[in-house]
Design a protein around this ligand. Structure first.
Ligand code: KIV
Ligand code: NA
Length: 263
């Protein structure tokens, strides 16, 4: 296949082809996901939980993210590589640029950061300086203390309106992708329909432009509590290749997520 690019993702969105994204933290899994046709590999700060064993993403450092990003980039050939800026790494536009540049040097092609209105100057600062940005709205795990737990977001009409406004604003500021986590499926659809950039949902319904899962959830190896939006794709499969391929197929066919996975 051709290398996945940002314009290529825009074309997929326009043509109605669903985009597949998975988290990935090392070279072997990067090679596997790439050959299974996953479009986007996300070095998520979820590695703090699934790999390092912390109970949140907050302890993850930029050094950790650089290490895993370099590993994934070495294993990958065609997928687009996106890396999370971890907690505390983008408090100002300048520090965001310094840290994002480290991730880009390590092989990321885009960085992801969590938040809306307060990040608009930062998104503009990065994109004007040639660092593509994926925004992340809804349940933003780096804000777990402020949110009071990992809860569905955008449930009141005021919260839904704010999220819709922020989605348009991050697009306007230059974001080329938007992750929507744990929001009502109807809101996921409304936001997606209001934007021209692709949305990637996790617990945001089937009408987003694409889907993302944490690889340990997809493989059924994460020992912690399972969120409603998680599906173990190893069930009924005899290899990890087959499970990842089944995920890709299910997202393309829009059989995942199903109503039992959304809010
Ligand atoms: O860190 C992560 O894995 C993520 C995805 C769940 C979107 O941010
Ligand atoms: Na993350």
């Amino acid at each position: 296949r051709k290398a996945v690019s940002i314009p290529g993702l825009m074309t997929m969105r326009e043509q109605g082809e669903k985009i597949t994204m998975l988290t990935c933290y090392d070279a072997s899994f990067a090679a596997l996901m790439d050959r299974c046709g996953v479009e986007i590999l996300l070095i998520g700060d979820s590695l703090g939980m699934v790999s390092q064993g912390h109970d949140s993403t907050l302890p993850v450092t930029v050094d950790d993210m650089v290490y895993h990003t370099a590993s994934v980039a070495r294993g990958n050939q065609k997928a687009l590589v996106v890396a999370d800026l971890p907690f505390g790494a983008y408090a100002t536009p300048e520090s965001a640029f310094e840290n994002a540049a480290r991730l880009i040097r390590a092989g990321a092609q885009m960085v992801k950061l969590e938040g809306g209105t307060w990040l608009l100057p930062t998104i503009r600062f990065l994109t004007e300086r040639a660092i593509p940005v994926c925004a992340h709205l809804g349940l933003t795990p780096q804000s777990v203390h402020q949110l009071g737990g990992y809860k569905v977001q955008g449930k009141t009409s005021a919260a839904a309106e704010l999220l819709k406004t922020e989605a348009l604003a991050v697009q306007e500021a230059g974001a080329s992708l938007l992750v929507l986590e744990a929001i009502p499926a109807t809101l996921g659809k409304e936001v997606t329909d209001s934007l021209h950039i692709p949305t990637i949902g996790i617990g945001a319904g089937v009408d987003c432009s694409g889907q993302v899962l944490v690889m340990h959830d997809l493989l059924g190896v994460f020992p912690g509590r399972k969120a409603r939006f998680v599906k173990n794709f190893m069930e009924g499969q005899t290899s990890i290749d087959a499970a990842v391929s089944a995920y890709v197929q299910a997202v393309k066919a829009q059989s995942f997520p199903a109503p039992e996975h959304w809010f």
